[in-house]
Design a protein around this ligand. Sequence first.
Ligand code: NAD
Length: 523
Amino acid sequence: MTLTPVQLTRPASVTDALLRQLVERVPGTGATWQLTEVYTGEVLVALPQSAPADIEAAYATARAAQRQWAATPVRERLAVFRRAHTLFVDNARTTADLIQVESGKNRRMAIEETCDPPMVMSHYLKRAAKLLAPVKRGGPVPMLTTSTEIRQPKGVVGIIAPWNFPFATGISDAIPALMAGNAVVLKPDNKTALSPLHGVRMLEEAGLPKGLFQVVCGEGPDVGPTLIDNADYVMFTGSTATGRVIGERAGRNLIGCCLELGGKNPMIVLEDADLAETVQGAVFGAFGNTGQICMHIERIYVPESRYDEFRDAFVAAAKALDVRAAYDFGPEMGSLVSVDHLGRVRSHVDDAVAKGATVLCGGRPRPDLGPAFFEPTVLEGVTKDMLCGVTETFGPVVALHRYRTVDEAVALANDTDYGLNASVWGGNLDAARAVAARIESGNVNINDILATAYAAKGTPSGGVKNSGVGARHGDQGLLKYTDVQNMAVLKKQVMGAKPGEDYGKHVERMLSGLKMMRRTRIR
Ligand code: NAD
């Protein structure tokens, strides 16, 4: 296969000077990694690789800055994010340029990704002060005791982020950690380190103390152990396989972790679903971000009675997609992230075809469009003995299945080790809700693919089964970065037997006191 280099002009904002300024932030002692522009394969910049000693030094700097930050009043900490919100929105186009050059996604997805950190900031700007305020609770003896729940920052949070939404996962997950008084050491994927580095730069411009947010780079297995061993908490987003490695190490160190992992997400089309809307939704679900969204759709279940009309309309829509490399809003689908990842996606399709699946459209790499382009692909006849029948493909590949009854559709949707996201489409919302409630999944969207759930920043979003542990967003998305200190006060020495008191009498008094408090609902 010969690769035809794509003739493209790099976005004007992505200058060599900007690239140099960004990577200068990464500590390293010589070794570098060639970060490339995905559409052309051209080297953009040499990214420093952090050795264990660099990572330890980054933690030491972050830890020193964190002590002062934790002592800064919450309202002053939050003021930084109020300013950052404006900066992030004003710089959205440059951020999208960086996201696009490093990930190869189309511009529509890149600009949408830039909106995630401001949305997270907005939510926690409203909620953080309340969540972090001490909560006075009653002690065991009314009036004479108090217990106060105090939220202390964990210390330094290690964040490990993937390449598919590098800016959102690298920066958005850091925001509640920082608001809560922590420092952060972030390890982005080597391929997509530019946009998170740009995010850290904007946060510092908004007033985040220097040193508080460190970025280290390297291949996961090289830097992971030192990163985790120095952290007080780990926030990981990535594959289920890597999540297990991270979880095991965090467990050994007795630190908490949140694991946001992969999915094999189903979409169920009900009898009364609107065809045009459902097809449009399915196109985004299967091919949005070139199929590289953890919550995207890889399995679609359609009732037998509507299967043919859905299949024909969906395949026609997939074939009509505008797929190409461009730094404008034209293309509806961009590239995969790398030639390596293209190999994985292709191997899933080849394996399915070899085992009897039918390709309804797509199924081939497109080197004429760029080194890592793959066609939007719709398969039929996918079974569980095929790679793409059971494991996440993470590309623009989706399988269509027929079902006879709703019970069968629910059983098929649940027949997976994953449980990250699901999508149910139907005209009768009550009926759709009843189906959605039966799906084993951390997120279920009705008449949408994922945006309604993911953009609802007030509700926790996470995976069940092999799709994760813990959640981001909602109150727990901030509280997980804190430890509770139970500060208890005894105002008068009333606990236990008085000196010289008969112990039997004391026990009687204590037991009747328990009954009295229950009756009067004091305790
Ligand atoms: P990955 O697990 O290969 O890598 C994720 C990150 O972990 C990268 O920064 C990588 O360098 C690092 N890493 C790899 N091995 C490591 C190790 N041994 N120790 C420490 N760090 C290590 O995943 P990926 O291919 O980059 O990302 C795609 C996966 O992420 C998909 O499975 C996708 O579903 C998942 N994902 C999940 C969510 C979610 O919120 N649930 C969001 C985005 C992506």
